[in-house]
Design a binder for this molecule. Structure first.
Ligand code: ADP
Ligand code: MG
Length: 272
């Protein structure tokens, strides 16, 4: 069953002087679906419109035309509020998403405090603390982190805190917009493995955005390729990488720099 349906979605911004007509389209007539439990990888060069697609799915940017539904609910429609519990984002910059004046306990439990009651979740302090501890453990952090502030953590640990927060309301669907692009390769690989593990454990559905083909291939069930706002190719991950149909996809596959260090060892590490 399709959990996410993107139907003929376009986004254009008011044209600036001197730009050609097609330049105003940031996303143009994009359609795809994401099945329950799968990872759809979204890949393309910087500026191809990936984040705009992500933000439209999350309801943070309004499409110029087209329709997006998550779990049968139209994003931006009257029932959008109910989607807040079902889909959560994890963005590229792990620090930017964390309020520096809040302790990890408050950061992780904030979604529960705001939306928990409506979800029938116990939001009294002891229950919140227990939930925060369990979430921290599930992302590989120690519960001693609860009393500390974001600046006390490394980039990888900060991203783990973001993931714990994203999972607080037990969403079905995570939008992962370049979640490891700001991290060292080995730290990123650990986060990718954590995401894989969490997906299996909770039956999560992912939209995984990256400009790195090896990463997208490693994590994705299917891959969608964007070029200049258009979806140029979509297919099963292995088939798309082994037999790309579009020149642009071949270019992306060829242009992807080898991962630093021993590629075989790094990807072997991911599989653990
Ligand atoms: P990607 O995530 O693939 O790098 P983005 O979706 O961030 O691409 O951006 C696609 C294009 O849309 C870029 O050319 C960017 O400059 C433009 N863009 C994004 N947001 C806005 C905005 N709010 N106003 C005008 N142009 C925008
Ligand atoms: Mg982006």
């Amino acid at each position: 069953m399709a959990l996410v349906e993107v139907e003929a979605v376009s986004k254009n911004y008011p044209r600036r002087a001197g730009l050609r007509a097609e330049d105003q389209f940031v996303v143009r007539d994009v359609s795809f679906q994401i099945a329950e439990g799968e990872t759809l990888g979204l890949v393309g060069e910087s500026g191809s419109g990936k984040s705009t697609v992500a933000r439209m799915i999350l309801g943070l940017v309004e499409p110029t035309s087209g329709v997006i539904r998550v779990a049968g609910v139209e994003v931006g429609g009257s029932r959008t509020q109910s989607l807040r519990r079902q889909m959560q984002p994890v963005f590229q910059d792990p620090a930017a998403a964390l309020n520096p004046r809040m302790r990890v306990l408050e950061i992780i439990t904030e979604p529960l405090v705001i939306h928990g009651k409506a979800a029938g979740i116990d939001t009294r302090i002891p229950a919140l603390k227990a939930a925060a501890r369990a979430l921290l453990v599930s992302v590989g952090l120690d519960e001693s982190a609860l009393e500390r502030y974001p600046h006390e953590f490394s980039g990888g640990q900060k991203q783990r805190i973001n993931i714990a927060r994203a999972l607080a309301l037990r969403p079905q669907f995570l939008v992962l917009d370049e979640p490891v692009s700001a991290l060292d390769v080995s730290v990123g690989a650990q986060i990718i493995n954590l995401l894989r593990h969490l997906q299996r454990e909770h039956g999560l559905t992912y939209l995984f955005i990256s400009h790195s083909m090896p990463l997208v291939r490693y994590l994705s069930t299917r891959i969608a390729v964007m070029e200049k706002g258009r979806l140029v190719e979509i297919g099963e991950a292995e088939a798309l990488c082994e037999h790309p149909q579009e020149g642009y996809t071949r270019q992306l596959l060829a242009a992807t720099p080898e991962l630093p260090g021993d590629h075989e060892n790094v990807t072997a590490g991911w599989a653990k």
